[in-house]
Write a protein that binds this ligand. Structure first.
Ligand code: NBG
Length: 837
């Protein structure tokens, strides 16, 4: 009798039935938000729903933790300065399999489900591809039932919110935490201390061994905030653990005692600044002390947290690398190599050689860029000031490493200088990529071409030394968020023809090839795309007051704005089309809507000017009655995970037009393909593999290859010369230069045009003719409706390789060596039983 009500309570709080969900929702509105309907805001309703879902997640989370602890399982620790998770609510509903029930339940309560979803402030704790990749991999790890922890920083302000004012980008702070975050749980009991600055003291201990003490100038606490990451359709809930900086309790006692209360408070504020803000990328980061501090902060917290877990599970320190496979997502966490050495040698008394062996077997490094200016290095003086002990360790690692390298490369001091962890040209720098290469057992690039170029170019000396460390792991995306959640219409259609197996095994999309000739299927396929375009047009109408024609081709370019990504190549072509339409020369046979989106780093002037140019062209062209039926341009502000989910499903054409050899992989390209867009693209990054998978006949290729780019540059490239020989291009440049798009201001776009005409570092003009020709081929193909539909279906059918599940499996097989640990749900009764034992 007595256990009965508890049992019911338990079932009620975790039940997935519609009625139980409704009751929980009202309960949470009442007891958590403290509101009744007359006073409740939409945010209150969103929160009530979020907590309703969270209850259902917690049972999985606790069960997962119990299973992992009991087994002491090998765990993947993914260290990343960025996790671009996107809105949680929809994805969690999908993982729990209650999306439809909840939609219904909310509807029956007289509320609008989509409106509630829209209330969530998405955690934009990343810049773009790199952070989103981390998020996709967490999804796959949980879905594959692999014990895994994501470790990063809980930035108070994520990537800025972009607004457009008079065509210019304006940045607004991202206050994603203003209403609280229902998806996280703070774990102050697992706080970690992080030291900064000060000096070191070397001495001999009682056994005559050298020992080092680090006497820091400052200590900052790291408080972990945990977010559960559900697997799709299983009981796994892994953890994303993000660190927030906090001043230690007794803040700066000495200052305080001197009566300098405000001075002491100032110290506290300075400490907490550490996790204040995410640095936008593509900016000069050299010398930004706070960024180095951020990197060390989250790495130090995370490694100490791993040591804590080791202790709890009774695993000896010597087995650190057996318990944890630690992946460094780019060089941002590379300081971990020196920090683990410090922890093992200085704090736990291991011998250097033993510690080094553990360290090397623990870490693996993923490189994400070929741009030389993006390779992180820290001025040695700054590094030594912030991390005096780590500088000593880096120098020691370097001395031992260079001794070893000299044996292999006798007398080749130029190569030794390139391998060195210290850049000795002029001001001395610590090279983080070199530290990562030396301290890791595995190094990978993120697409085949990128991995090859790493071996030939950026990391060639390391490849010559340790070819066996290198491999390729082509990026992937999660089909749960990027197809099931973003494009429910297409998902339903696919499932109705080939069953639901593709959601966990994306290769099964191949089954669509069997029905590619079925007229019913093809016409439903077209209907889905059309409905998605109608939905997007409605959104643009609401948000921007602009009318789009869903019958026109949606030609889309969304990603960070950067010269190497060449948004300007695309917009120059729009101007060329406009000119052709205006004077009646071979008018483009299909009406087009060009859709752009993306953020520019706040300090990147050229990128901001590119946004202004897109908007300037948009506002002139859209107003011109002579062309507006055939040509429209829209810039969608604040491109984010949320807007991405709206945009990918409505695209007909995906623009992937970076200069060959510059885009490491790209992942947006995969999201478009998976949603049935065809690609116009260069032989760059993963485009090459997409083309190989979908078939050259289903891909619009143009432009110079990476080898041709290199050859042209070597031979001496003159953009002005290109312009002289191409009257069409010259006309486009002249029109922009005349001030036509800038109310007669002929100066506004001059920096952009000057750059193109004098250096053109990314070969925009060199590729222009090929791009324009290829766009003509695209237009021809689109005019043949049935052919286009077939190509679209085949793109989706053959996109299985680009699942993050495939990518994660490759990491597991070649690098991480972790195995699935299925989770059995435990109930409160099980726990109560344990307590009473
Ligand atoms: C980016 C590359 C992309 C790649 C993502 C994910 C950085 C430093 N690199 O091409 O530019 O797809 O990483 O690997 O953000």
């Amino acid at each position: 009798m007595s256990a009965q009500p508890e049992l019911e309570l338990q079932a009620e709080r975790t039940s997935l039935s519609k009625e139980a969900l409704k009751r929980s929702f009202l309960d949470n509105l009442f007891y958590i938000q403290g509101k009744f309907p007359a006073l409740a805001t939409r945010v209150d309703y969103y929160m009530a729903l979020a907590y309703t879902v969270r209850d259902r997640m917690l049972q999985r989370w606790i069960s997962t933790a119990a299973a992992y602890t009991a087994k002491g399982s090998r765990t993947v620790a993914y260290l990343s300065a960025e996790f671009l998770m996107g809105p949680h609510l929809g994805n969690n509903l999908l993982s729990l399999g209650i999306h439809d029930e909840v939609r219904q339940a909310i509807g029956e309560l007289g509320l609008n489900f989509d409106e509630l979803l829209a209330q969530e402030d998405e955690p934009g704790l990343g810049n773009g591809g790199l952070g989103r990749l981390a998020a996709c991999y967490l999804d796959s790890l949980a879905t594959l039932e692999i014990p895994a922890l994501g470790y990063g920083i809980r930035y108070e302000f994520g990537i800025f919110q972009q607004e457009i004012a008079e065509g210019w980008q304006v940045e607004r702070t991202d206050k994603w935490l203003r209403y609280g975050n229902p998806w996280e749980i703070a774990r102050p009991e697992w706080v970690q201390q992080v030291k900064f600055g000060g000096r070191t003291e070397h001495s001999l201990d009682e056994h005559g061994r050298r020992s080092v003490r680090w006497l820091p100038g400052r200590i900052v606490n790291g408080v972990p905030y945990d977010t559960p990451i559900l697997g799709y359709g299983n009981n796994t809930a892994n953890t994303l653990r993000l660190w927030r900086a906090e001043a230690p309790e007794a803040f700066d006692v000495s200052t305080f005692n001197r009566g300098d209360y405000y001075g002491a408070v100032q110290q506290k504020i300075t400490s907490e600044n550490l996790s204040k803000i995410l640095y936008p990328n593509d900016e000069q980061i050299q010398g930004k002390e706070l960024r180095l501090e951020q990197q060390y902060f989250f790495v130090a917290c995370s490694l100490q947290d791993m040591l804590r877990i080791l202790k709890v599970q009774g695993i000896p320190l010597e087995n650190f690398h057996r318990k944890f496979a630690v992946q460094l997502n780019d060089t941002h966490p590379a300081i971990a190599v020196a920090e683990l050495m410090r922890l093992l040698v200085d704090e736990h008394g291991l011998r250097w050689s033993d510690a080094w062996s553990i360290t090397r077997q623990t870490f693996a490094y993923t490189n994400h860029t070929l741009l030389p200016e993006a390779l992180e290095q820290w001025p040695l003086a700054l590094f030594g000031r912030v991390l005096p002990r780590h500088l000593e360790i880096v120098l020691e690692i370097n001395a031992r490493f260079l001794d070893e390298a000299r044996l292999k490369f006798l007398g080749d001091e130029a190569r030794i200088a390139r391998l060195s962890l210290i850049n000795e040209h002029g001001e001395r720098y610590v090279r983080m990529a070199n530290l990562a290469c030396v301290g890791c057992h595995a190094i990978n690039g993120v697409a085949e071409l990128h991995s090859e170029l790493l071996k030939q170019d950026v990391l060639r000396d390391f490849h010559a030394l340790w070819p066996e460390k290198f491999s390729n792991k082509t990026n992937g995306i999660t089909p749960r968020r990027w197809l099931m959640l973003a494009n429910p219409r297409l998902s339903r259609l696919i499932t109705s023809w080939i069953g639901p197996g593709w959601t966990r095994d994306l290769a099964q999309l191949r089954g669509l090839e069997r029905v590619v000739d079925d007229p019913d299927f093809c016409s439903s396929w077209r209907d889905v795309k059309h409905s998605n375009k109608v939905a997007f047009a409605r959104y643009v109408q609401q948000e921007l007051g602009m009318t789009l024609d869903p019958h026109s081709m949606f030609d889309v370019l969304v990603k960070r704005i950067h010269e190497y990504k060449r948004q300007h190549l695309s917009i120059l072509h729009v101007v060329a089309l406009y000119l052709r339409l205006k004077d009646g020369r071979d008018a483009d046979p299909v009406p087009r809507t060009f859709i752009y989106g993306g953020k520019a780093a706040p300090g990147y002037r050229m990128a901001k000017l590119m946004i202004k140019l897109i908007n300037a062209v948009s506002s002139m062209i859209n107003r011109d009655p002579a062309t507006r039926e055939r040509l429209r341009v829209v810039f969608v502000p604040n491109f984010s995970v949320r807007t991405g989910q709206r945009i990918y499903p409505c695209a007909d054409l995906s623009e992937q037009v970076s200069t060959a050899g510059k885009e490491a992989s790209g992942t947006g390209n995969m999201k478009f393909t998976l949603n049935g867009a065809l690609t116009i693209g260069t032989l760059d990054g993963a485009n090459i593999e997409i083309r190989a998978e979908v078939g050259a006949e289903n891909f619009f290729l143009f432009g110079l290859s990476a080898a041709e780019v290199a050859a042209l540059k070597a031979q001496g490239y003159s953009p002005a010369e290109v312009c002289r020989t191409q009257p069409q291009l010259q006309e486009v440049i002249d029109l922009i230069a005349s001030g036509f798009f800038a109310r007669g201001d002929s100066e506004l776009f001059r920096p952009l045009l000057d750059s193109l005409l004098t250096h053109d570092p990314y070969l925009v003009l060199a590729d222009f003719a090929a791009y324009a020709d290829c766009q003509r081929v695209v237009a021809g193909a689109y005019a043949d409706r049935d052919r286009w539909t077939r190509m679209s279906i085949l793109n989706v059918a053959r996109s299985g390789k680009f699942s993050a599940d495939r990518a994660v499996r490759e990491y597991l097989d070649d690098i991480w060596g972790a195995a699935p640990v299925p989770v059995r749900l435990i109930s409160q009764d099980d726990i109560a039983g344990k307590l009473l034992q």
